[in-house]
Design a protein around this ligand. Structure first.
Ligand SMILES: NC(=O)c1ccc[n+]([C@@H]2O[C@H](COP(=O)([O-])OP(=O)(O)OC[C@H]3O[C@@H](n4cnc5c(N)ncnc54)[C@H](OP(=O)(O)O)[C@@H]3O)[C@@H](O)[C@H]2O)c1
Length: 212
């Protein structure tokens, strides 16, 4: 597959790039500067692009089989930029006639009990609410884009750099937590689940949750 990866320079994006390349896919990795550190493969090319600009997405996505995203708001940006990015990505993909999108989302939308999302649970930290709310608002745009074969891949509550174990669980729409209620995943294992879904398309139009 030839994949356009948005957010390739980010912490999660770098792991997704390496996972896809190790599986033999070709990856075009986008960052605003055009620089991507930590990815070195003959089937990888780094390009500059702004994910809030639908014209640029249309130009970049052309000729690719799928668009993958590990986009996140910059440190100095409002989390709401996530909504702007998803809107531009959907618009640009339609113009480029690319219909497969795998998007790294947030855990806040996932259910922790019937009709209770993680973001609405009492333990959810206040400082995470702005970015979690923006991710949920962005998800709303995906729900209106069923002409695309999208999947919203949501990490566990905590996602950190770690080991590539290959041992994790997935669920549809529900937070994955262990028997102690801890919800965690390494970025390396998240990248495996992300690449599995990109290849299989088993969870089109679903929230695919990943955790231990
Ligand atoms: N538990 C959770 O739910 C959880 C936890 C962590 C992350 N996440 C999700 O995962 C996403 C990625 O996390 P991360 O830690 O990997 O983020 P990160 O390291 O900050 O990476 C963000 C990426 O987005 C790119 N980017 C930002 N604005 C852009 C723009 N306008 N155009 C093109 N590229 C742009 C950045 O590229 P440049 O800055 O190089 O241009 C970078 O590659 C988060 O936004 C969030 O949605 C979820």
């Amino acid at each position: 597959m030839h994949v356009l990866l948005l957010g390739a320079s980010g912490r999660i994006g770098t792991r997704i790039a390496n996972e896809l390349l190790n599986r033999g896919h070709a990856v075009t990795g986008v960052s605003r500067s055009g620089d991507v550190d930590g990815v070195d493969d003959p089937d990888f090319s780094a390009v500059a692009g702004d994910a809030t600009d639908a014209d640029q997405i249309a130009r970049l996505a052309a000729g690719h089989d799928a668009v993958a995203s590990a986009l996140g708001p910059g440190d100095d940006e409002s989390p709401e930029v996530l909504v702007e990015m998803l809107d531009a990505v959907v618009d640009g993909m339609r113009r480029a006639s690319v219909d497969r999108l795998v998007w790294t989302g947030g855990a806040g939308i996932l259910n922790v009990a019937p009709d209770t999302r993680l973001i609405d649970s009492p333990e959810f930290p206040d400082e995470w609410k702005p970015v979690a709310s923006a991710a949920i608002e962005a998800y709303g745009l995906l729900e209106d884009a069923d002409d695309l074969r999208w999947t919203y891949v949501a990490p566990a509550a905590f996602i950190e750099p770690g080991e590539r174990t290959g041992e994790f669980r997935t669920a549809l729409g529900e937070l994955v937590a262990d028997e102690d209620g801890e919800s965690r995943i390494s970025m390396e294992d998240f990248a495996i689940a992300f690449a599995d879904e990109l290849e299989s398309g088993d969870a089109v139009h679903e929230q695919l949750a990943v955790g231990y």
